[in-house]
Design a protein around this ligand. Structure first.
Ligand code: HEM
Length: 162
């Protein structure tokens, strides 16, 4: 029964819940992006600004919870000599740095580029510029790599590798 769980098990549940809550939405970005682009290119500034907001309000705070609770778990379970723990530490730092230094400024720039292209269309059909497409591909590639790192970390944490 949940109430009979030990405190560390409760913390493990928080650690896992923060992974789901913080990272889950980012896996939907490619779908929202490609569908949104087809449905209404004029909505792309909205999409990129929502991405920035989600990064600040959901991903970063969840990452902080994952990291701090992870430290508690590794200490309580005496796991500091295990590879998976240090892998999680490094991945968390990489994701934190990517969020603030890579994704946030580029998503803002994508929003601005899309707004510029919409204004240039003057109410006609919106064609997003090559500059927008190139930057978007760059952000998408790094996003896919970050998603891969998250999945790999979940795998290593679950198996306790090595
Ligand atoms: C992107 C970062 C991270 C992700 C996605 C992640 C994911 C997970 C998941 C899914 C579990 C549950 C595994 C299971 O019970 O089968 C877990 C457990 C755990 N995590 Fe993390 N984690 C991350 C970061 C960290 C960090 C930074 C630390 C330590 C500083 C850490 C330490 C632990 C520990 C000690 C466990 C418990 C393993 C056990 O039950 O024996 N994690 N993590």
């Amino acid at each position: 029964m949940v109430l009979l769980a030990q405190f560390w098990q409760f913390m493990l549940a928080i650690h896992i819940a923060a992974v789901v809550v913080g990272f889950g939405v980012t896996f939907a970005y490619p779908i929202v992006f490609s569908y949104g682009l087809r449905m209404d290119p004029a909505a792309m500034p909205w999409f990129h600004r929502v991405q920035v907001r989600i990064g600040k309000r959901l991903v970063n705070p969840s990452l902080a919870v994952i990291f701090l609770v992870g430290i508690y778990l590794a200490s309580h379970l005496h796991q500091w000599d295990r590879f998976y723990v240090w892998f999680g530490v490094v991945v968390s730092l990489i994701l934190g740095a990517l969020g603030s230094l890579f994704f946030e400024p580029r998503e803002l720039h994508l929003a601005e580029l899309a707004e510029r292209d919409i204004t240039a269309a003057g109410g006609g059909q919106v064609v997003l510029s090559r500059e927008y497409q190139v930057l978007n591909r760059q952000v998408g590639a790094v996003g896919a790599a970050a998603s891969g790192l998250i999945l790999l970390t979940v795998l290593l944490m679950s198996t306790g590798y090595p």
